[in-house]
Design a protein around this ligand. Structure first.
Ligand SMILES: *Cc1c(COP(=O)(O)O)cnc(C)c1O
Length: 415
C-alpha cells in the first residue's frame, strides 16, 4: 500500500478572465451553485427549476420554439445535440472562418460521412456530401457567399457560426437565413459566442431550424451547466422522419427532462439523465441575472465598453482585426510583431487571462465577458499596457488612462 497518489487539496487561483471565454462568472451564480442543497434529479424543486430555466431560455433566445432547453455540458455538447439530426449521406454546406466553425465543420463531416468515408480517415473524414466553404481568417461570412453556395449546391442543411470566436468576426445571420429560406435549406447556427451578448431574437430568422449556444460566455455560468439549444418544429419533423444515432443528445429525448413531451409543455419533466441540482441552481441564477439586466441594455453595454477598450488598444499601436463586441483580436505594433505568444504567456503567468488565437495566424485575443464596468476595463487596459512595456513598448500609461477617463466622463456627461 502506498498513499503517494493522494495529493494536497486543489487550490485554483482567481484570475482576471479577459479572454474569448469562459467569461467572468457572476458571484451570484457561484453562490447559488455552492449553496444548493443535496437533492436528486427528480426532486420537485429541481424539476421546477428546470422548467423555469426552459421558460427563461425562450425569453433569452427570443423564441416560441417548444424545443428550447439546456444540454448538460459545454458548448460542444449543445452543438453535438444540434448536429445529431445530420445523418450519413446528408448534403450539407458549412462555412468555416476560424477555429470554432472549423471544428463544427469537422463534426458535420464526421456525422455526414458514410461508413466507408469515416473508416478511411476516422479522425478527419472527408464526406462527399459535405461542402466546406473556407473563408480566410479575419474575414466574415457574407450573405452573398451563402447565397452563391446554397444556389450551387442546394443542400439539405446549411451551417454557419454566428460569431466566430477564433478570429473575432461577426457573420451575416440575416443573409444566411434569407439564403436558407430561398433555397429551402435547414439552417444550423453556432450561437455560442453571441447569445446573451447581442440583442437578437431567433424567431426573426426564419431560415434557421437549429441553434446551439454555451453556458460560459454570454450567459456567464462557468460552473459548467447547460448549453442552451432551440429547434423549430420543422427541425423536429425532419428529426422524427430520419432519426439520430444518439440517445443522450437526441433533441426530443433530452427535452423530456425539461418538461417537453410530444411537442407540448408538461408540468414536470421525466427522467433522461441524472441532472445536478447545483448546476440547475447556477443556470437558473445566471438566466435571472441576464434577463433582469435586459438583453438590449446588455448588448449596448458591450458595444460601449468594447469601444473603450478598442480605442485604448489602438492608441497603443495595435491593429484590431475583429468586430465582435465581447472580444478584440489584434496584432501587436510592427516593431513587436511575432512576439504575440510571448506577450500572452507573460500575462497568463500573472493570472491575467488573455488568449492567443488557437489556429494560425498567431494573434492576441482580449475579451470583456461580464466585465461591463469602467473599473474592469481600466484594469484590463493597464495590465495589458504594463505587459507591453515590459517587452519594450515604451507606452505612456498616464496618457492612456487620461484618454480612457475622458471617454467614460463624456459618456456620463451625455446621459
Ligand atoms: C467557445 C466556442 C465553442 C466551444 O464551446 P465549449 O464550451 O468550449 O464547448 C464553439 N463555438 C464557438 C463559436 C465558440 O466560441
Amino acid at each position: 500500500m502506498t498513499d503517494s497518489n493522494i495529493f494536497p487539496q486543489l487550490e485554483i487561483p482567481n484570475t482576471l478572465a479577459a479572454g474569448p471565454g469562459p467569461g467572468n462568472t457572476d458571484a451570484r451564480v457561484l453562490a447559488r451553485f455552492a449553496s444548493a442543497g443535496i437533492a436528486d434529479h427528480m426532486h420537485e424543486t429541481v424539476l421546477r427549476g428546470m422548467v423555469e430555466c426552459k421558460f427563461m431560455l425562450r425569453d433569452l433566445f427570443g423564441t416560441k420554439n417548444i424545443h428550447t432547453f439546456g444540454v448538460a455540458g459545454t458548448g460542444w455538447s449543445g452543438l453535438d445535440c444540434m448536429f445529431s439530426a445530420v445523418m450519413p449521406g446528408d448534403t450539407v454546406v458549412a462555412f468555416s472562418n476560424g477555429t470554432f466553425s472549423g471544428i463544427d465543420a469537422l463534426t458535420i463531416r464526421m456525422k455526414a460521412a458514410t461508413r466507408e468515408e469515416l473508416a478511411k480517415d476516422s479522425l478527419n473524414p472527408t464526406a462527399a456530401s459535405v461542402t466546406v466553404i473556407e473563408i480566410p481568417h479575419g474575414q466574415s461570412v457574407t450573405g452573398d457567399m451563402v447565397e452563391a453556395a446554397l444556389k450551387e449546391h442546394k443542400p439539405k442543411w446549411a451551417f454557419m457560426a454566428h460569431w466566430e470566436t477564433g478570429s473575432g468576426r461577426i457573420n451575416d445571420l440575416q443573409g444566411f437565413s434569407d439564403a436558407c429560406v430561398k433555397h429551402n435549406a435547414l439552417g444550423l447556427i453556432d450561437a455560442v459566442s453571441s447569445l446573451g451578448v447581442e440583442d437578437f431574437a431567433i424567431d426573426d430568422f426564419k431560415g434557421v431550424a437549429g441553434w446551439a449556444s454555451c453556458p460560459q460566455k454570454g450567459v456567464m455560468c462557468l460552473p459548467l451547466t447547460y448549453a442552451p439549444v432551440s429547434f423549430t418544429d420543422k427541425y423536429i419533423e425532419v428529426l422524427i422522419a430520419s432519426g439520430s444515432y444518439s440517445y443522450v443528445h437526441h433533441p426530443i429525448m433530452e427535452a423530456r427532462h425539461w418538461g417537453i413531451v410530444d411537442g407540448q409543455d408538461v408540468e414536470k419533466g421525466g427522467y433522461h439523465r441524472t441532472h445536478s441540482g447545483y448546476a440547475v441552481a447556477a443556470l437558473h441564477e445566471a438566466l435571472r441575472i441576464t434577463l433582469q439586466y435586459g438583453l438590449s441594455k446588455r448588448a449596448d453595454d458591450y458595444i460601449f465598453h468594447e469601444n473603450a477598450l478598442r480605442k485604448a488598444i489602438v492608441s497603443m499601436g495595435c491593429n484590431v482585426t475583429s468586430n465582435m463586441t465581447s472580444l478584440l483580436v489584434l496584432n501587436l505594433p510592427e516593431n513587436m510583431s511575432g512576439r504575440e505568444m510571448e506577450l500572452v504567456q507573460a500575462c497568463r503567468a500573472e493570472n491575467f487571462g488573455i488568449w492567443p488565437t488557437l489556429s494560425s495566424p498567431v494573434q492576441v485575443r482580449i475579451g470583456i465577458l461580464n466585465q461591463l464596468t469602467q473599473s474592469a476595463i481600466t484594469e484590463i487596459v493597464n495590465r495589458f499596457a504594463i505587459a507591453m512595456n515590459r517587452m519594450g513598448a515604451n507606452l505612456n500609461i498616464d496618457n492612456i488612462n487620461d484618454d480612457l477617463e475622458t471617454y467614460y466622463n463624456q459618456a456620463i456627461a451625455a446621459q
